[in-house]
Design a protein around this ligand. Structure first.
Ligand code: OKP
Ligand code: ZN
Length: 343
């Protein structure tokens, strides 16, 4: 399986994340991608290729022009206002407020975000466009006939919606990949999101559409981030009714205590949709030692995820999302891919 990777991920290197009320070192850090790259290289998953630059027009099939302009200029506006420390929002238009876009950078950040844990830094734009290019190039390779490709994206993307960032995500790489695949003639893509957290951004992007299926297996939003989306009764809207399927699972879920069953149910729903290509939002934060997560999958369970995905029998693009247990992350990701290759 070919791997697409860009070193430019390293330009997203936040100084701080607000965790449990304290400013701490970010858990979403460059070492994650480096660990994954060395593990997939060691496991001989396949050749590593550099991405082609991503077109702005492709990004605009997913994100609004105003949002992309905001992301591109936010750092400079923040530095002019406050100096060159990480840009973090602190004020949001919750219920009772208007949804106007303010002039001040702090107000714009609140308008375009949903959490205070996702720093904009000097290199954010460069890193997030590189991450999107990794996804888009992976899609091109699948369209050119590769059976399966691994887009080693960083930063992740599945929490980002058309004009909202958060959850360490700015550009929705999986959605960009879907649009790149559609542009190359695939007409019925399905996305399966196996990251521990609900892919709220991906769901929101495709919620009103019947031409893209979205299934997500994740920690129950009653207990876990992103809290306000990811419930089982979210089934799609309008033309998208029936094309969204959520499988929320309680904290403590393991392979035999609910995960495998949910994965099979999600893949059954995808098979019933009749897709022509599969995009996997691949998180390894379902691992029992993940520092911010509460599922109990073990390293031996990850190849089984790959085996189940292989049985869908579809051209498949893996897009990297989360996973924060840095020492085991690369091995767990490589295990999914080798499980897929071996099945
Ligand atoms: C990104 B991805 C938990 C705070 C959670 C954001 C988590 C984003 C996860 N107390 N902060 O889905 O792995
Ligand atoms: Zn996650």
């Amino acid at each position: 399986m070919k791997i697409v990777f860009s070193q430019d991920h390293k330009f997203q290197d936040g100084k701080s994340e607000l965790i449990d009320g304290q400013i701490q070192p970010p858990v979403e850090k460059p070492a994650r991608a480096e660990q994954i790259l060395s593990a997939v290289t060691e496991a001989r998953i396949g050749e590593v290729l550099a991405p082609a630059p991503v077109d702005r027009a492709l990004l605009q099939t997913v994100h609004t022009p105003a949002y992309l302009d905001f992301l591109e200029t936010a750092w400079d506006e923040w530095v002019a206002a406050h100096g060159d420390w990480d840009a973090l929002p602190l004020d949001w238009p919750a219920r009772t407020f208007t949804h106007r876009v303010p002039e001040a950078i702090d107000g714009k950040m609140g308008y375009y975000s949903f959490d205070a844990g996702t720093p904009i830094t000097s290199g954010t734009w460069r890193a997030v466009t590189a991450s999107a290019s990794v996804a888009a190039t992976g899609a091109t390779l699948v369209a050119d006939g590769e059976r399966a490709v691994f887009s080693l994206c960083r930063p992740p993307g599945h929490h980002a919606a058309a004009d909202v960032y958060g959850g360490y995500c700015f550009i929705n790489n999986a959605a960009v990949a879907v649009e790149a695949l559609r542009a190359r003639g695939f007409s019925r893509p399905a996305i399966i999101d196996v990251d521990y957290h609900h892919g709220n951004g991906t769901q929101a992007i495709f919620y009103g559409r019947g031409d893209v299926f979205f299934a997500s297996i994740h920690a129950d939003p009653r207990q876990e981030f992103p809290y306000f989306l990811g419930y089982a009764d979210e089934t799609g809207d309008g033309a998208g009714e029936g094309a969204n399927a959520n499988f929320p699972l309680r904290w403590g879920t393991g392979w035999k205590s609910g995960y495998e069953e949910a994965l099979e149910a999600a893949l059954d729903r995808i098979a019933a949709y009749g897709p022509d290509v599969l995009v996997v939002s691949l998180g390894a934060d379902t691992y029992h030692e993940d520092p911010i997560s509460q599922f109990t999958l073990d390293t031996d369970d990850f190849p089984r995820i790959g085996e189940h995905l292989k049985r869908a029998g579809l051209p498949t693009l893996f897009v990297m999302e989360g996973g924060y247990a840095i020492d085991a992350l690369g091995r767990n990701v490589a295990n999914v891919l080798s499980g897929f290759e071996g099945a």
